[in-house]
Design a protein around this ligand. Structure first.
Ligand SMILES: [Zn+2]
Length: 56
């Protein structure tokens, strides 16, 4: 299984990492719409969160 990563585009803070694929809006909702690290407002726009498979 390929883990999923969701990263804040503002500060590269790792918002979610796990083997279970989750929709970005669910993850954003979990953080109440903003990055817990830099406070940047998250949106569903791909430039605000980065979702990609975590692989080396
Ligand atoms: Zn951030």
């Amino acid at each position: 299984m390929m883990p999923q990563r969701v990263i804040c585009h503002g500060c590269k803070h790792l918002l979610y990492e796990g083997a279970e694929l989750r929709p970005p809006d669910e993850i954003i909702h979990q953080y109440e719409g903003k990055c817990p690290n830099c406070g940047k407002k998250l949106s569903l726009l791909p430039q605000d969160v980065e979702v990609k498979p975590a692989r080396k």
